[in-house]
Design a binder for this molecule. Structure first.
Ligand code: HSE
Length: 382
């Protein structure tokens, strides 16, 4: 099967190089920006791909919703299978693309959009065929895991850790989505869509690591904790779907602490299978390209569906999710939540809350920040 590639950046280059050596696959034309078509295999118009009968699969690795969405629609309508690593695209337009793929009898697969090289969505979409999925989630952003690992193991500053993650090709072109938790949120949205046939687009909550300081790192380590950014999704007892991202503190017994550098730890809990855990590189050229190639090989084997065409956009309900939190606020600021413990450190105060809802914690932090307060919070892992 010939695979056309949209985009020739970090991942696009990796995909083309891997296609040259892959069994049953070969590289086709590569779509680049006008002026960048300095080699014969590079094209600058999508028509050169949709009108090329030798192209079987279109692999999109450009990122962003537009023009990726228009290109995806054009590819599917032209009868080409469509594979993408673009979580922003699938989080915004997944159900539409799943329906369009079904109407045109072609595949729409996006394993590379969540977990980098980890075959998370691949395995999850197989598991849903025979098991009931209860929850999904884990460490789903390689950039922030790399940064947290560097800050906590070497004392590196936040700015240096981010700069390294960018140089290593882990971060998005604009790393805001990584450090604010939005990238991990998009990934948990996709996992919910695959697992529960609901793409939650409202009621979502995300807190990243952009408030985590070197002082916070020292404080939590002095208490025996390490911090990881965790995405959580699942089905509540009333049938609603929950989905949120926030920093979580783990004690020395937690497996999450062994997840270092750009690695991800993706999990699902099946009613029959129980807890399944997958660990691997969650970002970077070769891990992500390997996931794109895996989807292409899956198409060769006859796989067509990752998100069911019946999947609908819906709301998340995080009101029943409850944790205790460690919160850092300025010493003269009161946190409007039930407090169990309090310790002043310089001009800050570290608090431990009673069990409170995720919703209440995120809203309290938002209100304090709107009043100019610097706040860090993390759930205490159970
Ligand atoms: N910026 C993303 C991450 C790339 O760091 O996880 C892989 O999705």
């Amino acid at each position: 099967m010939k695979v056309a590639v949209l985009g020739y950046g970090t991942v696009g280059f990796g995909v083309v190089e891997m296609l040259k050596k892959a069994e049953g696959l070969e590289p086709g034309p590569v779509l680049v920006r006008p002026g960048k078509d300095d080699e014969p295999f590079k094209v600058t118009s999508m028509e050169a791909i949709t009108e090329d009968p030798s192209v079987d699969v279109v692999a999109e690795v450009m990122g962003g919703v537009e023009p990726a969405f228009s290109y995806a629609c054009a590819a599917l309508k032209a009868g080409k299978h469509f594979v993408t690593s673009n979580k922003a695209l699938v989080a915004a337009k997944g159900p539409e693309l799943a329906k369009l793929a079904e109407e045109n009898h072609v595949a729409f697969l996006f394993s590379a959009a969540c977990g980098g090289g980890v075959p998370f969505l691949h395995n999850l979409s197989l598991a849903v065929q025979s098991d009931e999925i209860l929850s999904v989630g884990g460490i789903l952003n390689g950039t922030t895991n790399y940064m947290l690992d560097q800050m906590q193991s070497t004392g590196m500053s936040y700015a240096d850790a981010l700069s390294d993650a960018q140089k290593l090709g882990y971060a998005e072109a604009d790393p805001t989505a990584d450090v604010t938790g939005l990238d991990a949120l998009r990934k948990i949205m996709l996992a919910c869509a695959v697992a529960f046939e609901v793409l939650p687009v409202e009621g979502l909550l995300h807190e990243g690591i952009d408030s985590f300081s070197a002082a916070d790192s020292s404080y939590i380590q002095s208490k025996g904790f390490a911090c990881r950014l965790i995405a959580s999704g699942g089905k509540a007892e009333n049938g609603s779907v929950y989905a949120y991202v926030e920093p979580v503190l783990f004690d020395s017994s937690a497996a999450e602490r062994s997840v270092l550098k750009n690695f991800n730890m993706a999990k699902y809990n099946g009613k029959n299978a129980g807890r399944i855990v997958m660990i691997g590189q969650g970002a970077g050229r070769w891990p992500t390209a390997s996931a794109v190639l895996r989807d292409c090989s899956d198409i060769c084997s006859g796989r067509r569906i990752m998100m069911k065409p019946s999947c609908k956009a819906g709301s998340a309900d995080n009101s029943a999710c409850v944790h205790r939190y460690l919160v850092r606020v300025p010493a003269d600021v009161a946190l409007p939540l039930p407090i169990k413990e309090k310790e002043a450190v310089g001009e800050s105060c570290y608090l431990i809350t009673d069990a409170v809802s995720v919703q209440a914690m995120h809203e309290a932090a938002k209100a304090l920040r709107e009043n100019g307060a610097s706040v860090f919070f993390a759930a205490i892992g159970e």
